[in-house]
Design a protein around this ligand. Structure first.
Ligand code: FAD
Length: 261
């Protein structure tokens, strides 16, 4: 099987991790259950002892219109999907303009912004478990029950790209820090905001080593340059402990922590 050497302190959006050999999935024959799939690592925290990792090969990086559908490969970056839609006057994917990831990661997390989510216009998924219709998959807020590598997705096709929406999404992001992070650290609990809870328990702006719950937006765990896994985990556990003690709420990580304890 092919492998690819990746330096996760450069590749991951939170800039944490060592240099590792990652298995490359060319076909489902390469896949083993113990491999953990990664996309472009915008929502993962690589630990000091990660499980064996696997990434889709570049052959899954494609996007095309086929009949009345949009067909997108699992390794296609969100920016490429957004540009393709802009160029071809396709609507409903404007929210991807400023949302980093690959199609596989976006679908697995049901990524989105407010009511705009990747599942909204999804029709089918091709995985190593076969092709699934949307109604065969459980999905919700930053959640799916997918357990197999996502190779491709098809979406309904509607014309009318909306530039104003791109501006709106850009504005919605203006309160997010530009310092490296993995996006939102925790999922928002029902009826509340993780950022508000972190702030209330006194952790907004709390820094340990190079890691900090951003003073700009408390639910962003940012890396000031020399942050490491140990400091990130310390802050995550501290937030979960304090929020549980004060509010009885279990903060669930949105970030996928890849480490074998
Ligand atoms: C600055 C910033 C802002 C962000 N804002 C948002 C936001 O507004 N909304 C939002 O939803 N997210 C946001 N995120 C998080 C991130 O953009 C999304 O979670 C995105 O879907 C991650 O895609 P990825 O390819 O990088 O996946 P990764 O981070 O590599 O992986 C994420 C998860 O998907 C799984 N996965 C990846 N590829 C596959 C595949 N082919 N098959 C099966 N499973 C797979 C991984 O196992 C992992 O569990 C933000 C991140 C950053 C850094």
């Amino acid at each position: 099987m092919k492998t690819k050497r990746i330096n996760f302190s450069k590749f991951s959006s939170i800039k944490i991790g060592q240099e590792l050999d990652v298995n490359v999935l060319e076909s489902c024959e390469d896949y083993k259950k113990e491999f953990h799939l990664i996309g472009s690592c915008n929502n993962v925290l690589i630990g000091d002892n990660p499980p064996p990792l696997m990434i889709l090969s570049k052959k899954f990086d494609y996007i095309r219109v086929e009949d009345d559908k949009l067909v997108v490969g699992g390794a296609t970056p969100s920016g490429k999907i957004a540009s393709f839609c802009k160029k071809n006057n396709i609507k409903n994917f404007e929210f991807l303009s400023h949302l980093p990831g690959t199609l596989g990661g976006l679908v697995f997390m049901n990524a989105g912004l407010k009511e705009y989510e990747i599942f909204n216009n999804l029709l089918t998924l091709k995985t190593c478990d076969g092709t699934k219709q949307k109604d065969e998959v459980e999905f919700g807020y930053r959640y799916t029950n997918i357990t197999s590598p996502i190779l491709e997705a098809t979406f309904s096709l509607e014309y009318g790209f909306n530039r104003e929406k791109v501006e709106l999404f850009k504005k919605m992001r203006s309160n997010q820090p530009s310092t490296p992070s993995a996006g939102s650290c925790f999922k928002n609990p029902v009826g509340d905001y993780a950022g508000r809870l972190i702030e209330t328990v006194g952790l907004k702006g709390k820094r340990v080593g190079g890691m900090e719950f951003s003073s700009q937006h408390a639910n962003f765990l940012v890396n000031h340059g020399d942050g490491n896994f140990k400091d990130a985990i310390y802050l995550i556990k501290e937030a979960q402990k304090r929020v549980k003690e004060e509010f009885g709420i279990e903060l669930e990580c949105e970030i996928d922590i890849l480490n074998i304890d």
